[in-house]
Design a protein around this ligand. Sequence first.
Ligand code: KIV
Length: 267
Amino acid sequence: MKEIRTTVPGLARKKRAGEKISMLTAYDYPFARILDQAGTDILLVGDSLGSVVQGRETTLPVTLDEMVYHTRLVSRAAERSLVVADMPFGSFQIGVERTLEATVRLVKDGGAHAVKLEGGERVADRIRAIAGMDIPLMGHIGLTPQSVHRMGGYRVQGRGPEGRARLLRDARVVQEAGAFALVLEGVPRDLAAEITGELEIPTIGIGAGPDCDGQVLVIHDLLGLGGEAPPRFVRRYVDLAEIVGKAARMYIEDVREQKFPAEAESY
Ligand code: KIV
């Protein structure tokens, strides 16, 4: 029987079959509907919404209520994609019980199929607890944006023997704790390839080279809505900022010159 919706076991099968996995971020209904219908395997309601939707400098202020709200908009539109909701900063740092409460809200009120949280060995107990409740959990290691202040900026991780060993250990622990997939962000290509080759669960890369089992991009970056200088790993497929700006300028001119609305556009 052909699966209509992307499922957790379906993603594991894709890895075994060598089929690449596509993941994109989505934060609202219209974009989620377009990306779902385009055939995106996974829609990630990323806490990157703090930067690209809310205009904040980091993802740290994003709240659980905001994540639940955006997840609800996305899950309402998603008919085929698996919807993964990010656990925002503060929702999983204060013990296992608070973590489980937050997870349940994202699934029950937001409609997420799975959740994602940042960190490796240090959050293993929380990954184990979530997976133990039968809630699919996606890990996220490497350049974890919620750790921006510890890292001293958004820097590639896993360089040098110590950093490499730490990330390899994190990847193994996340899989062992029960995650169904792992995001590798800002990791040298050869290390991402090594982790991907070793793990049974799929890896999804962002700034981690082509050898991961899948790729993820922030939709605003891909569409040219993410600001002036996107990171080097971003491929901008269209310049929507230019297109939207042009449409707005045309409309403004038509209003000023009384060309809009026309007779046919009036009741
Ligand atoms: O928040 C986000 O969008 C993410 C992806 C960049 C992986 O975590």
